[in-house]
Design a protein around this ligand. Structure first.
Ligand SMILES: [Zn+2]
Length: 191
């Protein structure tokens, strides 16, 4: 599955959860997205793999694509790492939970692909298959992504789900910063 499809489906699933728990913020979205991309770090040509060359090459070499990062063991390892780093650096468990949710959703989404994943590897190489599946990069996947995009759009426009003020990214500060920058630049260019 392409990274954009992963992001769209995971976002569509997470928005109601975030909205109903008062955690619909941009940083929650970023944490979820990071989790939704993380398992594909085992493929150097993936979106996240290209940005972590070296690490992604090593993981692919050791475990192969859709190997250990796409298993329950991988999920628990990701959970452990997120808890460890998250508790140490950001001290906000909400973001850690959304990272883990994103990771889990990625695995679930890959389970519906034709080749599926080995949830219980290294204990067994059995893959789970559903009666309906998609082929990665196919037209079906494009349609799934399109539907997910529609759902996200409807959730943000037709429901009362709304982003709440972000504890980390202060948009007022950001707009102020842009104002200052814009003023400086216009003074340089428009004399
Ligand atoms: Zn994957």
């Amino acid at each position: 599955m392409k990274h954009t499809t992963h992001l769209l489906i995971s976002t569509a699933v997470a928005i109601p959860i975030m909205a109903n728990t008062g955690t619909l913020t941009v940083t929650s979205m970023l944490a979820l997205s990071l989790g939704a991309l993380a398992p594909d770090i085992d493929e150097p040509e993936s979106y996240i793999g290209r940005r972590t060359r070296g690490v992604s090459d090593l993981i692919k070499l050791l475990f192969g694509h859709r190997g250990l990062t796409h298993t329950l063991v991988g999920l628990f390892f990701g959970m452990f790492l997120a808890l460890l780093l998250g508790t140490y650096f950001i001290k906000d468990h909400t973001l850690i939970y959304y990272f883990i949710l994103g990771y889990f959703l990625h695995l679930l989404e890959d389970s519906f692909s034709k080749s599926s994943i080995m949830w219980l590897y290294p204990f067994t190489e059995k893959t789970i298959h559903f009666p309906f599946y998609y082929v990665t990069g196919s037209f079906t996947e494009a349609i799934i992504g399109f539907v997910a995009m529609g759902i996200v759009y409807l959730q943000l426009t037709k429901t009362d789900y709304a982003f709440i003020s972000d504890p980390y990214i202060n948009f007022n500060n950001l707009t102020q910063l842009f104002d200052v920058l814009f003023n400086r630049l216009s003074r340089i260019f428009i004399r």
